[in-house]
Design a protein around this ligand. Structure first.
Ligand code: SAM
Ligand code: FES
Length: 345
């Protein structure tokens, strides 16, 4: 077992493999700069300077689930619920495609209004705009995932959130870690690009469990890993957490870049909520994807999974051009392709 930062980073850069104890060492290190600059170099070498933009359409904030941390959980009666009709969603996707986005991400709570038929037809229509389609609509059956894939969906995003079973059971009542893992297996089997990830800084979460999460994400293996800092929402029953979830999320992201050098890693919106330059910082610590909001202004503030979400009063067009300028300011550029993972052996 090697236990100094230089040797661990050298091993990670050379072999893209670390054991749990070495990962834990990196999670605990205070020498963040070394970790971040190693991840940035690997990012440059494997996925280059292009940044993939994924247009995020938050089409419904109804949810049948009650995740303790989530502002749009079923029992939160203090938010205004909305759902867009399919044609509105298709129109938004078309608008996003016209802004040059090559991926549309359809995200919502687990809303039973949208039947398999409705979602499948939407995917089919949106695929006509020459874009990749990512779904982020929660846990479904194998048959449902199969129908969406058949309709043309390219990627599925389902964060495992945490692999600590006790923590999972406490935070996600009426759900199970086992089922979530099964869903990810189904998604993989059906040939989707698999997106997963975790939240960091959850109350009760340990660094040891985060090290296990990282090993799990590599074992799937994911094609995309989104690491979101947990942000306390006062309308939820969860307690606050003392952890600096921004720094920790950056570290987890950087370690994933070292271990899975060719995957797509977003600079998450939650990072920018905690730090005004959060996404640009993340892009320089291993990330190569940004998911700008393409939801119309009047709905944005109601998709309040956590408070303080960025750009609440902005339009899809504003966000598209703002992010491109930000990316240019760090000498990177917005990609013009669909941004599938290019597996490098
Ligand atoms: N229903 C879909 C699902 O479960 O995958 C997608 C919507 S869900 C709101 C998207 C992600 O938001 C979750 O996977 C979770 O990681 C994140 N999230 C929820 N509450 C959060 C909070 N308080 N702070 C940070 N991220 C949060
Ligand atoms: Fe369903 Fe958060 S509880 S999206």
């Amino acid at each position: 077992m090697i236990n100094d930062i230089t040797s661990i980073l050298e091993k990670a850069i050379k072999l893209h493999s670390l054991n749990e104890r070495e990962i834990l060492y990196l999670l605990k290190t205070e020498k963040n700069d070394k970790l971040f600059s190693a991840a940035d170099k690997i990012r440059e070498e494997y996925v280059g300077d292009e940044v993939h933009l994924r247009a995020l359409i938050e089409f419904s904030n109804y949810c049948k689930q009650n995740c303790l941390y989530c502002g749009i959980r079923k029992d939160n009666t203090k938010i205004i619920r909305y759902r867009l009709v399919p044609q509105e969603i298709i129109n938004l996707a078309k608008k996003a495609a016209n802004y040059g986005y090559k991926t549309i991400v359809l995200q919502s709570g687990e809303d039973l209004y949208y039947t398999v038929d409705i979602i499948s037809k939407m995917i089919f229509e949106i695929k006509k705009f020459d874009v990749a389609v990512t779904l982020s609509i929660g846990e479904k059956t194998f048959e449902e995932y199969k129908a969406y894939r058949k309709a043309g969906a390219d990627r599925y995003l389902l964060r495992i959130e945490t692999t600590d079973e006790m923590l999972y059971d406490r935070l996600d009542p009426c759900m199970s870690l086992k089922n979530r893992m099964n869903c990810l297996e189904d998604i993989k089997k059906l040939g989707y690009e698999v997106g997963s990830g975790i939240m960091v800084g959850l109350p009760g979460q340990t660094l040891e469990s985060i090290a296990k999460d990282i090993v799990y994400l590599k074992s799937i293996p994911v094609d995309m890993a989104g690491i979101g800092p947990f942000i306390y929402h006062p309308g939820t029953p969860i307690e606050k957490s003392e952890c600096n979830s921004f720094d920790l999320a950056l570290k987890v992201m950087a370690i994933l870049r070292l271990l899975m050098p060719d995957i797509n890693i977003p600079a998450t919106t939650a990072m920018e909520t905690l730090n005004p330059n959060g996404r640009l910082i993340a892009l320089q610590c291993g990330a190569n994807v940004v998911m700008p909001n393409a939801t119309e202004t009047q709905y944005r503030r109601h998709y309040e999974i956590y408070p303080g979400k960025i750009c609440p009063g902005d339009s899809p067009g504003h966000c598209r051009f703002c992010i491109e300028n930000k990316i240019k300011s760090i000498n990177r550029y917005a990609a013009k392709n669909k941004g599938y993972r290019r597996i490098i052996n």
